[in-house]
Design a protein around this ligand. Sequence first.
Ligand code: ADP
Ligand code: ASP
Ligand code: MG
Length: 437
Amino acid sequence: MKVLKFGGTSVGSPERMKNVSKLITDGNKQIVVLSAMSGTTNNLVEISDYYKKGNADGASNLIGALEKKYAGVIEGLLETDTYRKKATEIIARECDVIRSFANKQFNVQAEKMILARGEIMSTNLVQLYHDENNIQSVLLNSLDFMFVDADGEPVMQLIEEQLQKVLSKYPDTTLFITQGFICTNNKSEVDNLKRGGSDYSASLIGAAINAEVVEIWTDIDGIHNNDPRIVKNTHPIAEMSFDEAAELAYFGAKILHPSTVLPAKVKNIPVLLKNTMEPQAKGTTISNRTTGTGVKAIAAKDGLTAIKIKSGRMLLAYGFLCRVFEVFEKYKTPIDLITTSEVAISLTIDKIDYLAQIVDELKTLGTVEVDKDQTIICIVGNMIAEEQGHAAEVLNSLKEIPVRMICYGGSEHNISVLIDTKNKEKALVALNDNLFA
Ligand code: ADP
Ligand code: ASP
Ligand code: MG
């Protein structure tokens, strides 16, 4: 069985939905994971922001616009009055869920309920299109099997058991459709796998059913060697290892949710990145095969905060690093990069919900400096931290740019540097010119 995931742009219009339907009705047994139509999750975030500010009128206007947009989608997608009516009722039901928060206390849970509507709407519309056109498929509710624990981490065994249970009800079905992104948490509430999480849904489902392949269908022909939104003349990479792709996704390449690679790697399931607009393009295959040497790709991750802790006591003191890490563990804040010297330690974090508390506690260990608006530039390739010359090439490319941290040697696939976000574009272009010339 295969798992195929189609992102927001791939289901972004009635025509695109029909195109997806063509791609998935080849008779192969498969589970198809859909994102919300492009723009919808952003709209839902905006609506939530209005509620947060107590502006129910602002929210109401946006919900009205959303409902109107979907009326147009229904008209383009479905032919008959019967199916148009069914679809209109579903969209109205979902919009009413969003409206129901107008007079309630708004909280994180309300936001999660609202954000879940996008995937529910897109999957229902594609299923209705199939029903109207006598295309056999079954719509599965991902809330019935995609479970996360109190830390938002997937509970693999439960996902496997529940998905098997659901699938066993349809022994003769070849095509299943389900929502990406959304899940059920340990309190049985609607939750999500964070923005871009449909990729992660697909690889979790793939791992749960031991799929032969997980295909991520998007709007570009695979992972490129640099961010195509910033750098000109990038090219797709035909093959990457799980480790290379994981580093790239974790450190910024927007094309894949940062956690996507892990479930597939654990079960050794190849992940294929394909272009919905150009299905014949080869795309990228991520597998346990390691091919080639040298630099393969560069990515950037913004929104980092750098923290430096300086302490005379670090000198020769065992236990110092442990005490620093305990502070981050206490506030459930992951550390991305880390560098140490004899008198100081520098590290970066992405999540700043508890920054004030963390800094207060770190101050008991030494003097603390915080720099916001930092960007990690991650350079990935097979053996680049073991072969001679790559580190020199990277640093030489960045000679005009102030570098705050350098991480090298942590794995053989990666060199990472931390720079001020204002220098990101310049850094990506300079690295591109030097490393791929
Ligand atoms: P989807 O909605 O299908 O999940 P995303 O927008 O999340 O698609 O991801 C695809 C986009 O990622 C591409 O359109 C491209 O602009 C961007 N991107 C950033 N870095 C890379 C990269 N290294 N290779 C390919 N695409 C990238
Ligand atoms: N719709 C969600 C988002 O926009 C999840 C996804 O598209 O992967 O973040
Ligand atoms: Mg995405």
